[in-house]
Design a protein around this ligand. Structure first.
Ligand SMILES: Nc1nc2c(ncn2[C@@H]2O[C@H](COP(=O)(O)OP(=O)(O)OP(=O)(O)O)[C@@H](O)[C@H]2O)c(=O)[nH]1
Ligand SMILES: [Mg+2]
Length: 212
C-alpha cells in the first residue's frame, strides 16, 4: 500500500440502510452468501486498506449486522437520524462518523469489492475531494468511491436542501477525479462493481464464491 494518505486517515463507510425490496423479506446485508453474511464479506475485503470501518444503517438493523460482523474487523455504527432518505443521506450520516480525512464509500451489496482498486481510489483522491470510477465514460460508481469527508458532508447537506437525492449531485459540487475503466482494470476486474439486488443475482454470486 502506498501511504500518500496513511491508513489512519482512511475510513471505510459501508452503506446498508436500504430495504432490500428487490431481494425480498430479508435484509440482504446480513443474508448468508456462500457461508458468510454479505456485509461481512464487504468489511473483510476492505479492512486491510482502511483504518476504521463505519456501517451506516437504520436503528433496527444494528443487532443483526452486529451479529453478522462478530469476530471480524471492528466496525462502528452510524444510524440514520431520519431513515429512508436514500443512499446519499446515508453517505452523509456515515461520513459524519468517519475518523479519516478521506473515506471509501461502498454499498453492502458489493461482495466483490477489490481492495487494490480501493487503494488506487485513495491515492487518486489525495489532494482532491473525491475519486470516483466511471465506466464507459458514462456511469459514475458513486457507491464505490472515495470522498474527502468534510467537503462531501457539506455537499450532501446542500443537495438535500435542494431536495436532490442522487449521489452524483453532491459529487458534481466537488473537485473530483475520474478513474476511468482502463485505470480500474489496472487493479481490478469489473466484478468489483457488481451489486446484488435480487435472489437470482445473490444465487449467482454465491455459486461463484463457492467455486473460488
Ligand atoms: N442509509 C440509507 N442507505 C440506503 C437507502 N437506500 C438504499 N441504501 C443503501 O444504498 C445501497 C444501494 O442501494 P440499493 O441497491 O437500492 O439497495 P436497497 O435500497 O436496499 O434495495 P432495493 O430496495 O431493492 O432498492 C445499499 O447499500 C443500500 O443499503 C436509504 O434510504 N438510506
Ligand atoms: Mg434501493
Amino acid at each position: 500500500m502506498s501511504l500518500e494518505t496513511g491508513r489512519d486517515e482512511r475510513t471505510g463507510v459501508v452503506l446498508a440502510g436500504g430495504h432490500s425490496t428487490r431481494f425480498g423479506d430479508d435484509d440482504k446485508a446480513v443474508a448468508d452468501l456462500a457461508g458468510t453474511p454479505m456485509i461481512r464479506r464487504v468489511v473483510d475485503r476492505i479492512d486491510s486498506v482502511v483504518g476504521d470501518v463505519v456501517v451506516n444503517c437504520r436503528e433496527g438493523q444494528v443487532p443483526a449486522i452486529r451479529d453478522a460482523l462478530e469476530g471480524g474487523p471492528v466496525a462502528s455504527f452510524a444510524v440514520d437520524p431520519i431513515p429512508d432518505r436514500g443512499p446519499m443521506a446515508g453517505i452523509m450520516t456515515g461520513l459524519r462518523a468517519a475518523a479519516g480525512e478521506y473515506a471509501l464509500v461502498v454499498a453492502c451489496d458489493m461482495p466483490f469489492v477489490d481492495p487494490a482498486l480501493v487503494d488506487q481510489l485513495f491515492e487518486r483522491a489525495a489532494g482532491h475531494d473525491a475519486a470516483v470510477p466511471r465506466l464507459d465514460d458514462q456511469w459514475f460508481q458513486t457507491t464505490q468511491a472515495v470522498y474527502r469527508t468534510a467537503p462531501m458532508i457539506d455537499a450532501c447537506e446542500r443537495a438535500l436542501e435542494r431536495d436532490e437525492r442522487r449521489v452524483v449531485e453532491p459529487l458534481l459540487d466537488l473537485d473530483y477525479v475520474v478513474v476511468d475503466e482502463d485505470d480500474v482494470r489496472d487493479d481490478a476486474s469489473l466484478d468489483t462493481f457488481e451489486n446484488v439486488n435480487t435472489r437470482e443475482e445473490f444465487e449467482r454470486a454465491a455459486e461463484r464464491l463457492e467455486t473460488e
